[in-house]
Design a protein around this ligand. Structure first.
Ligand SMILES: CC(C)(COP(=O)(O)OP(=O)(O)OC[C@H]1O[C@@H](n2cnc3c(N)ncnc32)[C@H](O)[C@@H]1OP(=O)(O)O)[C@@H](O)C(=O)NCCC(=O)NCCS
Length: 175
C-alpha cells in the first residue's frame, strides 16, 4: 500500500511528541539518542520563529486520512566551499510509524520542497553505517550513496562511521 504522507509547519500541539524523538531514549531509538543535549530548545525555537528560518528548519510529517503526526524532518546549511553551502537533512519518526514507507516519502517530499523553494544545489544526508533502514529509505527516496565518513560521529561512547548520501538538482532533470 502506498504511504500517504504530507509535510506541514509544526504547531504548538505537536511539540510534546516531537520532543520525545530526541529526549526519550526509547522513542529516539538506537541511532537517534545523543544524550540530553539541550532541554527546552525545541520550545524556545518554536517561540522565536516557528522553527523555520533562511538557514534551516523543521516540518511535521503527517500521515493517513486523519493527518496524524508521525514525526519530523529537518534541514540546515552546511558549508561545502568558500562561497558554497548545501542543505543537510535529518528525519525522525515515532516508533509506531516506522517501517511503513513514511520515511521514504517524507525525505522525497522534503527534497522536492527544498529544491522548489530555495536555490541551493545540493542536499546531503548522513546516517550511521548500521542504520540500514535509513540507508534504504534514502536510496528509495532518490538519494545517491557517496561513501563512508570514517569515525565521524560520536554516539553512545564510540566514534561511528557514517554513510554519506546526496541529491543534486540535476538528479531531478528528466532524461
Ligand atoms: C530511519 C527512518 C527514517 C526510516 O523511515 P521508515 O518509514 O521506517 O522507512 P521506510 O519504511 O520508508 O523504508 C525502510 C526500508 O528499509 C528496510 N529496512 C528496515 N530495517 C532494515 C534492516 N534492519 N535491514 C535492512 N533493511 C531494513 C525496509 O525493509 C524498507 O525497505 P523496503 O521497502 O525495500 O522493504 C525511521 O525508521 C526512523 O525514524 N528511525 C529512527 C530515527 C532515525 O534513525 N533517523 C535517521 C537518523 S540519520
Amino acid at each position: 500500500m502506498t504511504a500517504h504522507v504530507r509535510l506541514r509547519p509544526i504547531t504548538e500541539a505537536d511539540l510534546d511528541l516531537i520532543e520525545l524523538l530526541y529526549e526519550d531514549p526509547d522513542e529516539a531509538g538506537t541511532y537517534g539518542f545523543y544524550g540530553y543535549q539541550n532541554p527546552g530548545a525545541l520550545r524556545r525555537g518554536f517561540a522565536e520563529g516557528g522553527l523555520i528560518s533562511p538557514r534551516g528548519g523543521r516540518l511535521a510529517v503527517v500521515a493517513g486520512d486523519d493527518g496524524g503526526l508521525v514525526g519530523e524532518v529537518s534541514w540546515h546549511q552546511q558549508q561545502t566551499g568558500p562561497d558554497s553551502v548545501c542543505w543537510n537533512i535529518g528525519i525522525g519518526l515515532l516508533v509506531r510509524a516506522r517501517g511503513r514507507g513514511y520515511g521514504t516519502q517524507a525525505q522525497r517530499l522534503l527534497a522536492g520542497y527544498l529544491f522548489a523553494h530555495t536555490q541551493l544545489n545540493r542536499i546531503s544526508a548522513e546516517t550511521e553505517d548500521g542504520n540500514l533502514a535509513e540507508q534504504r529509505s534514502l536510496e528509495k527516496a532518490g538519494f545517491t550513496r557517496e561513501g563512508v565518513l570514517r569515525g565521524s560521529c560520536f554516539r553512545d561512547g564510540k566514534w561511528r562511521d557514517m554513510v554519506s548520501y546526496s541529491m543534486i538538482r540535476a538528479d531531478l532533470t528528466p532524461g
